[in-house]
Design a binder for this molecule. Structure first.
Ligand code: UT7
Length: 325
């Protein structure tokens, strides 16, 4: 029924990163399609961005905040490990909504969308706000050129409800392969400090993001076409009927490779990597919001969506967009 997004003010262009690590605009653009990214600054916060994104989605849907039953925040970078969704519920003044975080890295938004849809499909809830928001800038090793050029911060959200009419979520599939999880991690450190003479305690802290880029790339270009292809077959949808391919924005080459497997022309492939880089759980709703607001996506359009990333985790969903415009 609505979508929204919010991004930080501070823009860092590729050449600025060249001041810090041995990289350049030509390498980053040609290997990833990324031109710039936005980074949360001192006067901003992840919760504020997520709140703004959610509020924009609720406004587009024209909902009274008191009618929201559920808020799911997909994030791997909460401000509070006990959960940041309750703070967003409070900011929205949505006191009737239950709110919790869900972590599935770059697949997080898709996993959260499907999770929320189960509450709606069961009839136990009617209205949900699903947010994808991440601040990977605080966990990137800014001296590691193989990862630091890729990520940015942002937030996006959708407002979904049951109408009793046609189900706009045609189908979905979600996957996890924990055995391959070592390719992409933001792991806790293994530091134990003395507590008392007889015992140590583990200090709570995390190590920067570590990624085997090539492995993750190969995983994405193999698994995304498989999961999407199976979904299209299951619901007997021809790839020509897809109005928009909406993939997790990790690398333009991944978007192009998946599109070419289904012979989807580039005009139907949504991409805003150039401006935001990889904002993890935020990429899909951020992209959706941009394309809805500039009226590329129209009510009734069929969207083929896929998210993929750490876990390893991946998923796909086919849905119709039915917003107010
Ligand atoms: O959201 C989670 C999902 N994540 C992803 O989907 C990421 C998937 N992986 C990728 O997008 C790509 O693998 C990368 C963009 C991360 C890397 O692209 P690549 O074409 O696989 O490059 P590479 O790692 O093979 O590196 C090629 C060369 C290397 O130099 P040598 O060994 O050939 O001399 C790297 O050291 O490029 C070098 N390199 C860089 N050079 C300039 C790596 N990073 C940089 C850099 N600037 N930032």
């Amino acid at each position: 029924m609505g979508c929204g997004s919010a991004t930080p003010q501070k823009i860092i262009i590729n050449d600025q990163l060249g001041q810090r690590v041995d990289t350049n605009d030509e390498w980053i653009q040609s290997r990833t399609g990324i031109g710039e990214r936005r980074i949360i600054g001192e006067s901003e916060s992840l919760v504020d961005l997520a709140t703004d994104a959610a509020l924009n989605a609720v406004k587009m849907a024209n909902w009274d905040v008191n009618t929201i039953d559920l808020i799911i925040l997909a994030t791997s970078t909460p401000e509070d490990l006990f959960g940041s969704a309750p703070k967003i519920q409070s900011n929205l003044e949505a006191s009737g909504a239950v709110a919790f975080d869900l972590t599935a890295a770059c697949s997080g938004f898709l996993f959260a969308l499907v999770t929320a849809s189960q509450y709606l499909a069961s009839g136990s809830m009617k209205r949900a706000v699903v947010i994808g928001a991440d601040q990977l800038s605080k966990w990137v090793d800014w001296d590691d050129r193989t990862t630091c050029v890729l990520f940015g911060d942002g937030a996006g959200a959708v407002a979904i409800e049951t109408t009793g009419a046609q189900n706009d979520l045609i189908g979905y599939d979600l996957k996890t392969d924990g055995k391959r999880g070592g390719c992409l991690n933001l792991s806790q450190s293994n530091v134990f400090l003395d507590l008392v003479e007889e015992a140590k305690y583990q200090k709570g802290e995390f190590l920067p993001i570590k990624m085997e880029g090539k492995e993750v790339y190969k995983f994405a270009v193999k698994e995304v076409p498989i999961i999407l292809g199976k979904l299209l077959d299951k619901y007997q949808i021809d790839s020509e009927s897809i109005d928009w391919l909406l993939l997790h924005q990790a690398n333009q080459r991944i978007l192009d490779a998946v599109a070419s497997r289904f012979s989807i022309p580039s005009r139907k492939v949504l991409s805003n990597l150039k401006h935001y880089g990889n904002t993890s759980a935020a990429t899909i709703p951020l992209m959706l919001d941009e394309a809805v607001r500039d009226q590329r996506i129209k009510s009734g359009d069929l969207i083929a969506c896929s998210g993929f990333g750490a876990g390893l985790s991946w998923g796909a969903a086919l849905f119709y967009w039915h917003g107010p415009y």
